[in-house]
Structure formats: structure tokens, C-alpha cells
Design a protein around this ligand. Sequence first.
Ligand SMILES: CC(C)(COP(=O)(O)OP(=O)(O)OC[C@H]1O[C@@H](n2cnc3c(N)ncnc32)[C@H](O)[C@@H]1OP(=O)(O)O)[C@@H](O)C(=O)NCCC(=O)NCCS
Length: 295
Amino acid sequence: MPPIDAAEVSELLLDWCGADREDADAAAAAVTDLDGDLMEAADRRYQSIAADMGGRLWLRWPKPPADRGAAGRLLGLYPVLAAVPLMLELHRERGVDEALSRLVLADVGEKLRLNRRLHGRAALDVAFWFTAHVRGTIYQLGRLQFCMEGTTAMPRMGLHIRGEGGPLSPEAVRDSVERALAFFPATFPELFPPERSMTFMCSSWLLDPQLRDWLPEGSNILKFGELFDLVRPASYANAGGRDDIWRFVFAAAPDVLVERLPTDNTLQRSVKAGLEAGVGFQTRLGGLNRKRLGL
Ligand SMILES: CC(C)(COP(=O)(O)OP(=O)(O)OC[C@H]1O[C@@H](n2cnc3c(N)ncnc32)[C@H](O)[C@@H]1OP(=O)(O)O)[C@@H](O)C(=O)NCCC(=O)NCCS
């Protein structure tokens, strides 16, 4: 991994990733503790990115050690930051606007904020997620993120939704998908030939039809769910969706008891009422029905 010092960590986090000063300071301070086996682990992660630029399969990284302080909790952050120049080079080669490079990196700042809410201190618990960002595989266009996924010649588009960025209104969704339909064939013409139609998939707690029993009519989440044809119940780890509900709805760690979950807004009150009634919300996989968006 190219050497990365405290000043560079701070600059990348503040100027490119939109991180809070508190998180940038903590990450900059902890980078000096990255030596020995921690540095080796960070380097292995960096090499896995550098060897797979443009790669579409998720790079699953092992969990960072829990007992090594801030450098351990932020272990995955450093190789991601060290790989930003690789991402910028790929973006430049493809003619991707710098504003889009910044927008995709803003997710790092957001997830540091989320981790601080979850754990009360600086951490980055799902750092492998950002290997898609720095390998040039995922782009945020408007409200939504689109990740080129799958091994077939023409990727399917995985649709992802950040927490920050405002309401998930149908107009915002339409605008994003419209942008994606233009952006990907223009940027990766070899992957998106004009004669083949792009497909958009989403795997999320947002698509669970059980939410209809609990969220108020008019909820953007319900309107979003209606845009998808569900494929099948998810069959992978956390298919129960419990951890995602805890994380994304309540910003709570998975061990927080239902009765302790916050009820600060309509979404939290509605979902909590469902949980208290014994509903097991699920992650569901769906294909976007473009006709319902008029696209
Ligand atoms: C997806 C998301 C943007 C939808 O927000 P939305 O468009 O406001 O959705 P709705 O109209 O259905 O819900 C509105 C209510 O949810 C609340 N809400 C919005 N985002 C929220 C969040 N991240 N956490 C908790 N509550 C949230 C709003 O305050 C509002 O309640 P209020 O009327 O009492 O103020 C939002 O739930 C979110 O940010 N989720 C986190 C990211 C996520 O889950 N991504 C998918 C991962 S698989």
C-alpha cells in the first residue's frame, strides 16, 4: 500500500469524502498506529483493490480485529483512502466528471457518521462496501447509487440507497434511473451496447411487502417498493433483514433490544410497532419495473 500519512488521511476525508472533522481527526490520529500485522492486513486489502480495478464481484474482507483500538476499527478505511488515486485515474480515463468522483466518495463520510451513531466512536464496520467505489464500479447519479454487478458480459445494475440525500421520492428515483440509462452506455460502451436493455435490481429491507401493513399511506418507501417486481425471498446471510432494519432505520447496534429502539419519527414508530407485534421484516430482492417509472 502506498504510504499514507495523517495529513493525507485528513485531507482525503475532509475534502473528498465529506467526513465530519471528528471522524477525520480520529482517523488521522490512528493511522500512526498502523504497523506490524495491522499494516500487513491493510496492505492485503489495498492489493485486493489494486489488482481488481473495474472488477464487479464483491471483495469480501475479513472482519477487522476488535481489540486493536481505533486503528483496528478503521483498518478498512486506510486501503480505501489509499486507493482513491486509482479510482480518480479510472474516472479520468472514462471521462467521469470530478463532481461524480466526489459524490461517490461522500458515502465514506456518511458511513463514518453512521458508525459514530452506532458505536459512539470512529469506526467503519462494512469497509469492503467501498471497494466497489474505489474500483470504479459504483456511481451515484442523483439520489441513487448504481453498481455494476454480476459476471455476465453485460452487468446488471444493483441499485443502492444512501441514507443522506433527502427523500426517496418517485421523482428522485425516476431522475436517477434516467441518468443511469444515459451515463452507463456513454461511460462503458463496451458493457452496455445500445441493443440490450439495462436491468436494475435492488436487494433491500425497503422492498419488504410487510411494510405496507405498518408504514403510513403516502410513504416514499412504499412507493419505492411498488416500482419493483419481487424475485424471491432472499437466500443469503441477513436475509431476515433484522440487522439492516436496526442499522438503517434506528442507527442501532444489532444487540439493542426492541423496547430500547428510538421512536423519533414516523418511520421508526411504524417499524417498531411492527417489530413489537412480532413481524420479522425481511430483505427482499426485486427487479425494477421501468414501465412503472414511465422509462
Ligand atoms: C430510504 C429513505 C431515504 C426513505 O426516506 P423517505 O423518503 O423520507 O421515506 P418515507 O416517506 O417512507 O418516510 C418518511 C419518514 O421516515 C423518516 N426517515 C427518513 N430517513 C430516515 C432514516 N435514515 N432513519 C430514520 N428515519 C428516517 C422521516 O423523518 C419521516 O418521518 P417523519 O414524517 O416523522 O419526519 C430513508 O429511510 C433512509 O435514509 N434510509 C437509510 C438508508 C437505507 O435504508 N438504504 C437501503 C439500505 S438496504
